[in-house]
Design a protein around this ligand. Structure first.
Ligand SMILES: NC(=O)c1ccc[n+]([C@@H]2O[C@H](COP(=O)([O-])OP(=O)(O)OC[C@H]3O[C@@H](n4cnc5c(N)ncnc54)[C@H](OP(=O)(O)O)[C@@H]3O)[C@@H](O)[C@H]2O)c1
Length: 338
């Protein structure tokens, strides 16, 4: 089988295609012939040596795939050879074959292509966890989605629109027209304006009930300020760390030093809450993940979950795919096809 290996930390040129021995599924596993692998921002941080959860290098990253069942462990009964499936993978997704515990595998909705299906698990489960399970977003509440044009951002927008919330989103200016077409009520360019004052003007000084923030560092402080009473801040990433070279280490350190402290008494006094979500630390919560997935698949069936694939790249072009995301060109999902 073929895999894309990160041979060492570095720029996109450290992604290399390698042959690996064929896999045999363990008893509770499903062997999948991969037709599409989702790329996530965590993969880029892993390649840059900035993702603490990443496997030791050389390693194969990739948290999700869509494909066809090609083999079954002896105790696996839910699937048959030839079934079209989508799966969460604990790394290893950048491969043309992968063996995955059956409880991380789901049937692919017929209405989605394999590329669209590979855009579902991480983006939509993260957004569902943030907005529904932990953020308790309600109809007519206001939400600020940072990085609204990214994979998680677009998923959060689908879910927020379904709930009936008023949506504010930050993104590079070039993505605003697309975001408005997808239903975003108010787009803010966080790269050229002071997004907090723009948001406060738009909300007549009130702020919003929910902010989801994957940027980290000093941005978390601003996001907390953007909350009105009963507001919740969900933190789930540290994109501010992305970058390479010796100066980046200094920049990351500065961002780490700017992380705000949240004190229970001051949260109580201002009626605000803060929570964190890391989907990669939810492997022991399979029942919850399956419940969230059922809700998302129901959204596919009923038309309010619409995974958007911006571009697909072949395995040979994996480096270009990473560079495309790093240069902030992507809108929504970027997918690798073997
Ligand atoms: N905790 C979890 O379970 C979890 C799960 C999934 C993702 N995440 C986090 O959520 C964030 C978004 O992930 P994603 O996979 O959906 O990726 P993504 O949004 O497609 O990421 C790419 C986009 O991020 C924005 N961005 C912000 N800061 C950036 C930087 N320093 N360098 C490059 N791009 C930057 C850019 O868009 P604009 O500039 O236009 O905004 C870029 O187009 C990441 O921080 C990721 O680690 C966390």
């Amino acid at each position: 089988m073929r895999q894309i290996v990160i041979i060492s930390k570095g720029d996109a040129s450290v992604l290399k295609i390698r042959e690996a021995p064929d896999l045999r599924p363990a008893s509770d596993e499903v062997l999948i012939r991969v037709l599409a692998s989702g790329i996530n921002f965590a993969d880029i941080l892993a390649r840059q040596g900035l993702y603490p959860d990443a496997p030791k290098m050389p390693c194969v990253v990739g948290y999700e795939v869509a494909g066809i069942v090609d083999g079954l462990g002896e105790s696996t009964q839910e699937f048959n050879k030839g079934d079209a499936v989508v799966a969460l993978t604990r790394f290893g997704g950048y491969s043309d074959r992968i063996s995955v515990p059956a409880n991380q595998v789901f049937r692919k909705p017929d209405s989605l292509t394999f590329e669209q299906a590979a855009a579902l698990p991480v983006n939509y489960l993260t957004a569902y966890g943030l907005l529904v399970a932990m953020g308790s977003l309600k109809r007519d509440e206001a939400i600020l989605i940072h990085n609204a044009g990214g994979g998680v951002g677009l998923a959060a927008l689908d879910i927020a629109k379904h709930i009936g919330a008023v949506t504010y989103g930050t993104a590079s200016g070039s993505k605003h027209a697309f975001l408005k077409q997808r239903g975003l009520d108010h787009a803010i360019d966080y790269r050229t304006t002071d997004w907090l004052s723009v948001l406060m003007d738009l909300t007549r000084g009130k702020g919003v009930e929910l902010v989801i923030d994957p940027l980290g560092g000093r941005n978390w402080k601003q996001s907390y300020k953007a909350l009105r009473s009963t507001g919740r801040l969900g933190v789930f990433g540290f994109s501010a760390a992305a970058g390479q070279g010796p100066w980046n280490k200094l920049r990351v350190l500065m961002e780490l030093l700017k992380i705000p402290w949240f004190f229970p008494l001051s949260m109580m006094g201002s009626n605000k809450g803060v929570f964190g979500l890391n989907l990669g630390h939810m492997w022991q919560e399979n029942a919850k993940i399956r419940t969230w997935t059922d809700a998302i698949l129901d959204g596919v069936a009923n038309g309010w979950v619409n995974p958007y694939v911006d571009r697909t790249f072949s395995f040979e072009q994996a480096g270009e795919a990473h560079e495309y995301i790093e240069s902030r060109k992507n809108i929504g999902k970027v997918v690798l096809v073997p």
